[in-house]
Unconditional design. Sequence first.
Length: 481
Amino acid sequence: MNLVDVLRAGADAGGWLDRPAYEVDGAMLTHADVYAGAGRVAGALAGAGVRPGDRVALVLDDGPDFVLAFLGAAHAGAVAVPVNPRLHPDELRRVLDAAGPALVVGRPGFSAAGFAVAAFAELDGGEPVPVTPRAPDDQVYATFTSGTTGVPRLCPQLHGDPIVHHRSFAVPALELGPDDVVHSVSKMYFAYGLSNSLFFPLLSGSRVVLNPEAPLVDDVLAIVDKYDVTALFAVPTFYRKLVAHPGGDRLAKLRIAATGGEVLSAALEERLMEVLGDRLLNGIGTTEVGQAFTHNTRAARRVGTAGRPLPPFEVRVVDERDEPVEPDVTGRLQVRGPTITLGVHEDGTAMRADDWYATGDLASIDVDGYVTVIGRLDDLENVGGIKVHPLEVENLLAGHSLVREAAVCAVADDGGSTRLLAYVVRADGPIGDDDLAESLIALARRDLTAYKVPRRVVFVPSLPRTGSGKLRRHVVRTWRP
């Protein structure tokens, strides 16, 4: 098999080959155009010396170039490696070194010392070639983890994996079909955005609206309006910006508003539901799994949770001895399933998990199987020998009407004692505000145990985030106000 063969056969059987697949800046590709273009790119890649199993790095923005280059690499039996084109040059170099591609596909004028580079335009005119047969357990693409700790890791997925993700998530949770118009704020160089904008729509016959630019609230709302988007994907912090916008009520026209990538706080969920109602569907996934493994659905939804496991994936919560805990007890979240990849072996083969994989999340599971994620284990702060999860404090502060977002971390003073600091981004008004700082500390004193109360509030214009919207807590921990 080859994933591209499976995608095209599904489009043919579903009768949507001639229907729109992608739109961007007035340009449109049908589903048939997508597969024809992939064949041309595959021919050019073969002519450039790319062989089955070679990696092809795609340093491209979301757009038709990305779609055709990705599927062209898969068509040729190569392994597509999406890379964020907005990375700092030093980080981009480290990522390319880790990927070790036979070819890098970039924008016109792009260069990468030590690597063969081609602009997409050089590939699109290739002579089409037949699809290269591959086994279901051959690699088809590899994505980098988002790097919240500063060290991204390459995680391959196999030709059969997107089919598993579609059947487990897109069908029961998203219910995507040919009448849906999809827009993903998360870009295709992340695992979440890749499935949202590539695999799921192609397997469902949906139409995708792409935005090659960095996402802005005004642009996303304009896309929702102009194209009558029915399925929107974004991280919680971006939804916060959308509903805070004067035009945020336009999101009410959506069929579903899916979110993941970080913990959805109770305060934010309540605010989002004022606009989105039961259209809001929250879940969790990891790059290692390849997509969501628990999710709320329209048929099974519980506020305050990340939904229930999506078969064939299973989840459990264990204590520090890896023993399963009782319902509603907080512990370490683990997942088991057929697509979990932990990285690559020295010979380049996929490092598959054959048992329970620890996601790094603190969570609990109730008697009905709904998962509540508390936060990340590596987010824990040590204050006077006591472990504090900053998310609890951050969610409380972010619930204030004048706060857009907050990050809390422990800072050592000159004497070696640690204290909590809260870095706060105001929703509006001046960056500094002594009255608001006092109000936030008073709020924390009222609702939290004393050792969880920040000793100081520092106002900042923004918080550092990854391209997928996750807080880069390791950066915040280096700040010295």
